[in-house]
Write a protein that binds this ligand. Structure first.
Ligand code: ASP
Length: 453
């Protein structure tokens, strides 16, 4: 059995949904289909999820909502009309959205999640309706009472019972159309995953039914070795291991959500990233292990928006518990950290800047100075992390030296180097203004000279 997930641009219009139907029809093993909300139809279009967020905020600010409701409903009506469906499905969708808008918004987060999730929920109903209309036996299946989530809004994940509940879907005769992006807590409260979270739903479904393959349909032929917006015509990645993909998607490879790997990884289910607009292209396969190529590096990615907390104290290395106390201060501010490179007398803690405010920084610096008696404590901002990833890196000597030389060739200074113990990745912290030129320099060093594997 194959579980497929179709992203926003794959289900953005009637024309795209017809392509989805053809893809599903062309292989009877494609039995479970997870769908996103309608995405952008062109580069200047607005995703339905963004329209819904705007709608929810307008309701909560007691603004004029009618026009915003119409904008969302019309997206579905246009699709349904063009697919030749009767008004019933559009009326059901309109009623659903109006019902959600009329709900109580005392708890803003719950209200917002409920409105946001309607994007995928209504699209799944519409697509199931279309499949049936063209003779493909299909049914919409709700995540309610099935995809059970924990109850920590900022860190949503599926509980073991979700996999148990969803496992029965493997015996389905009809094609199941399942909305991505959300589930329910045990108490029946709807919660969404992070943006792009329909990838996670697809992965949970694939794992629950023990699928042979998880196909993730998007709008590119494959994953590239570097960001094509920065590097000219980068090579495509045909095969990549879970570990490599995890490291790359952490730092800016937005093709596949980084949290979506875990459910399939646990079961060793291969993932195939494919293009709805070119379904015969082989795409990129994410596998437990991959055949080695002649390249030590598989991909290079970069992400900005990092801050560094620098702490120094003479004889820090001799002080038992210093690191733990420092990290505890950060934990008590509810901040997660990414790396902690250290020297004898100093340590840096690298974290996403979005978690910080001037007040939080002030509190942390005050506590580190006073409670840990540090000599120097400073925050600096505007850093990027550049990640070089490749299973082949372990077996290659001098790779770090080559990377460092390529970076220095661009005139940029390396602020931090971190090589994880798995040796699958090498991370460089640099000032964000150098990010693009470093990416180009590293790509040139590791890819430009070697023919495609
Ligand atoms: N529609 C949601 C978003 O725009 C989730 C998804 O498409 O995966 O983030």
């Amino acid at each position: 059995m194959i579980v497929c997930k179709f992203g926003g641009t794959s289900v953005a219009s009637a024309e795209q949904i017809k392509k989805v139907a053809n893809i599903v029809k062309s292989n009877p093993e494609r039995k479970i289909v997870a769908v996103s909300a309608p995405g952008k139809r062109s580069s200047d279009d607005i995703k339905v999820t963004d329209l819904l967020i705007d709608l929810a905020n307008t309701v909560m600010m007691k603004g004029n909502v009618e026009e915003k409701i119409r904008a969302v409903v019309n997206r579905y009506r246009d699709i349904a009309d063009e697919l030749g469906l009767d008004n019933l499905i559009s009326d059901i969708i309109e009623q659903d959205i109006r019902g959600r808008v009329a709900e109580d918004y005392t708890n803003k987060e719950i209200f917002l999640d409920n409105i946001k999730a309607s994007g995928e929920d209504n699209n799944a109903k519409l697509i199931a309706c279309y499949f049936n209309a063209i003779g493909m036996a299909a049914k919409y299946v709700s995540p309610k009472d099935r995809l059970i989530l924990n109850d920590i809004p900022e860190r949503t994940y599926a509980l073991p019972e979700a996999y148990e509940n969803l496992s029965v879907l493997k015996d389905t005769e009809e094609i199941i159309v399942f909305p991505g992006f959300f589930g329910y807590t045990k108490e029946g409260i709807l919660r969404t995953f992070d943006r792009g979270g329909s990838d996670i739903t697809g992965s949970i479904l694939a794992s629950a039914v023990g699928a042979d393959l998880y196909e993730n349909f998007t709008d590119v032929d494959c994953v590239f070795a570097a960001n094509p917006k920065v590097v000219n015509d980068p090579v495509d990645i045909k095969e990549i291991s879970y570990r490599e993909m995890r490291e790359l998607s952490y730092a800016g490879f937005s093709v596949f959500h980084d949290e979506a790997l875990m459910p399939v990884y646990k079961q060793g289910i291969p993932v195939n990233i494919k293009n709805t607009n070119n379904p015969t292209a082989p795409g990129t396969r994410i596998l437990p292990t991959r055949t080695q190529s002649n390249r030590p590096v598989t991909g290079i990615s970069a992400d900005s928006g990092f801050s560094i907390l620098y702490v120094s104290k003479y004889l820090m290395n001799r002080e038992v518990g210093f690191g733990r106390k420092l990290l505890q201060i950060i934990e008590e501010e509810n901040i997660s950290y990414e790396h902690t490179p250290s020297g004898l007398d100093d340590i840096s803690v690298i974290m996403r800047s979005s978690q910080l405010t001037p007040e939080i920084e002030k509190r942390i610096m005050h506590r580190v100075k006073n409670e840990l008696c540090a000599d120097d404590v400073q925050f600096s901002h505007n850093f990027s992390m550049i990640v070089i990833v490749g299973e082949g890196m372990r077996h290659n000597t001098g790779l770090a030296a080559r990377a460092a030389a390529a970076i220095s060739g661009t005139g940029a200074n390396i602020e931090m180097i971190n090589q994880g113990s798995s040796e699958v990745s090498l991370v460089f912290g640099v000032r964000s203004e150098f990010e693009n030129q470093i990416l180009k320099g590293l790509y040139e060093e590791f890819f430009a000279a070697i023919p495609t594997a």
